[in-house]
Write a new protein. Structure first.
Ligand code: 4NP
Length: 157
């Protein structure tokens, strides 16, 4: 299972989502899972995550300092199984990059794993500093993501 976490700048929300899933991959022994992250804008390409994201990650025992921001590519839409977006604008931007329905079906709002059908966005902490809230929201959604994909892979009964 190859998962790409996507936000606008790839320096706040998607690096945290990437770090959270990295940690859960180890905790749940999901040996065939891979995660990466990207931004729709490319504004911060080549940069490390925002220092506030690195700091809040550290308080949750995650080191995201080695991540490097990059812009999403059309190749990502082919090579990833799921593209998980943080808000409705990221969702629309990624959908606009898609070239066929198979790609469009891979694109989801990450919070829908926690609250199906609510189309809830992860608030952008870049301006308002809500980094801790972002980690807590993403932690819930990513735990549900793992449960839902595991259920698909190993249906009960
Ligand atoms: P992110 O947050 O999309 O969660 O990485 C942002 C980072 C940078 C900017 C906006 C949002 N910016 O305007 O540079």
């Amino acid at each position: 299972m190859k998962i790409l976490m996507v936000c606008l700048g790839n320096i706040c929300r998607s690096p945290l989502a990437h770090g959270i899933l990295d940690k859960k991959i180890v905790e749940h022994s999901l040996t065939d899972w891979e995660v990466d992250s990207a931004g729709t804008s490319g504004w911060h390409s080549g940069e490390a995550p925002d220092s506030r994201a690195i700091q809040v990650a550290k308080t949750h025992n995650m080191d995201i300092s080695q991540q490097v921001s990059r812009k999403i590519t059309k190749q990502d839409l082919k090579s990833y199984d799921l593209i998980l977006t943080m808000d409705s604008s990221n969702y629309q931007d990624v959908m606009n990059l898609c070239e066929n329905d198979m790609q469009r079906e891979k694109v989801k709002l990450v919070m829908n794993y926690a609250y199906p059908g609510k189309n809830m966005s992860v608030p952008d902490p870049y301006y308002d500093n809500r980094f801790e809230e972002v980690v807590e929201m993403l932690d819930i959604a990513i735990e549900e993501l793992i449960a839902s994909v595991a259920a698909e892979y190993h249906p009960v009964g």
